[in-house]
Write a protein that binds this ligand. Structure first.
Ligand code: GUN
Ligand code: ZN
Length: 432
């Protein structure tokens, strides 16, 4: 049976960085999908209803429907360190974050954390995410179990590292291979889950560990690769000292065979032109994490250079250096930061919607599955409604057009405004 969801609808089936006309909206709109969650039509409600006479109608005309949000970089063990102020990356890791990640050795704590994390993603309208995992196999197993039960599209994997962290977070290349292999055999391709090979960053990995990551990636079709790159000056200097023969930070991954269409590197704030060329040539994607980059004083993401170089990028909250799980807020921070850059004025509401949805889906290999409402894709939907009496409600009542409406959403709508989240048409979260 076909279901028709009636709402105000906005999505970006085209890339706004490539030209105008990317945003498609319907004031009284409808998304129709079948029992498999596949979108069969989108358009004005009257037209879609006429085309599907026997359909079940769900009237949400008071809501705005946007594609389920896509978070391309978020750490599940780090909810507890959100808001740890006053530190830059390497000190923040040593003093606040790695001690928190060490607590994941306790399976009970890991299970509780994983459940609360996936619930918080859903409550924020996030339907797909590339999740940075945990250093302990049992904790990683807990994340997969919670993500599977939640019905979200999650790619994740065991974090592997063998130097420069706390000793309790280190493993060996052989043990990393065995544990990763076992986890991916169990979870890769299971329902909506995929495996992501995850060395923490080049600072924490020997070449032998990166070689193991290459083996894991090669032996697993459709698995992703994710790590960090070019985030802060102190980190970059550390990498230079650890890899004296490497051309630059990007090369530490490239020489290990870890770049390509399935690779997603977070940050890339301090990137050279040569590195951008290599990222483009290998079709590696970037997770842009604006709130984290400001919070840790890492620097300002050179967005124009990424657009000009043709390097794919989506957005990530990077919790816990990022300031929360809302991809709407992440869009606002991206906007703030790019406005301050000399190039400024690059981003508008359509770009923010694209970056929070379709661009992210493209970055993490889900471009044929979700990210917009094109028929044939899955009905992943976030329904947004302004709480009664809120500032957002006031602004939306008088918004003259969709640019103003979306501008207000990114500026003011947060977790409490997401009233329903669907994955493949199925309700996975409803605010009570
Ligand atoms: N680089 C290595 N680990 C991390 C992390 O947990 N967060 C961020 N922002 N950067 C990292
Ligand atoms: Zn990160």
């Amino acid at each position: 049976m076909t279901t028709i969801l009636r709402a105000r609808v906005a999505h970006t089936p085209r890339d706004p960085f490539a030209g105008s006309g990317a945003l498609e909206t319907f004031d009284d709109g409808a998304i129709a999908f079948d029992d498999a969650g596949v979108i069969v039509a989108i358009g004005p409600y009257a037209t879609v209803a006429q085309q599907h006479p026997g359909a079940r109608i769900e009237d949400r005309s008071e809501c705005i429907a946007v594609p389920g949000l896509v978070d391309t970089h978020v750490h599940f063990p780090q909810i507890a360190v959100i808001g740890a102020m006053g530190l830059q990356l390497l000190d923040w890791l040593d003093q606040r974050t790695l001690p928190e990640e060490a607590k994941m050795a306790d399976p009970l704590h890991a299970r509780k954390t994983a459940k609360r994390f996936v619930n918080a993603l859903k409550a924020n309208g996030t339907t797909s995410a590339l999740v940075f995992g945990a250093h302990f196999p049992q904790a990683q197993q807990a994340l997969f179990e919670a993500a599977d039960a939640a019905g979200l599209r999650i790619s994740s994997g065991l974090i592997v590292s063998d130097r420069n962290l706390r000793p309790d977070l280190h493993t060996t290349p052989d043990a990393a291979y065995e544990a990763s292999h076992e986890l991916k055999a169990r979870w890769h391709g299971h329902n909506r889950l995929r495996y992501a090979v995850t060395p923490r960053f080049s600072v924490s990995c020997t070449e032998a560990m990166l070689d193991v990551c290459h083996t894991l990636l090669q032996e697993t079709p459709d698995a992703l690769f994710t790590s960090h790159v070019n985030e802060s000056p102190g980190e970059i200097a550390f990498v230079k000292a650890l890899f004296p023969d490497a051309r630059d930070y990007v090369d530490t991954y490239e020489r290990a065979g870890l770049l390509g269409r399935r690779s997603v590197l977070a940050h890339n704030v301090h990137v050279s032109d040569e590195e951008l060329r290599q990222l483009k040539q290998t079709d590696t994607a970037i997770a842009h994490c604006p709130s984290s980059n400001a919070f840790l004083a890492s620097g300002i993401f050179p967005m124009v250079r990424h657009v000009e170089a043709g390097v794919r990028f989506g957005m990530g909250t990077d919790v816990g250096a990022g300031t929360g799980l809302s991809m709407l807020k992440e869009g606002l921070v991206a906007y703030h930061v790019q406005m301050i850059r000399e190039e400024g004025h690059l981003l508008g509401p359509a770009h923010l919607l694209y970056l929070a949805t379709a661009a992210g889906a493209n970055a993490i290999g889900l471009q044929d599955t979700c990210g917009d409402f094109t028929p044939g894709k899955q009905a992943d939907i976030a329904l947004i409604k302004a709480p009664e009496g809120s500032t957002l409600e006031m602004v939306l009542e008088t918004a003259p057009d969709w640019e103003a409406t979306l501008g207000a959403l990114f500026t003011l709508a947060r977790e409490e405004c997401v009233i329903e989240t669907r994955v493949g048409g199925e309700i996975v979260f409803a605010r009570v």
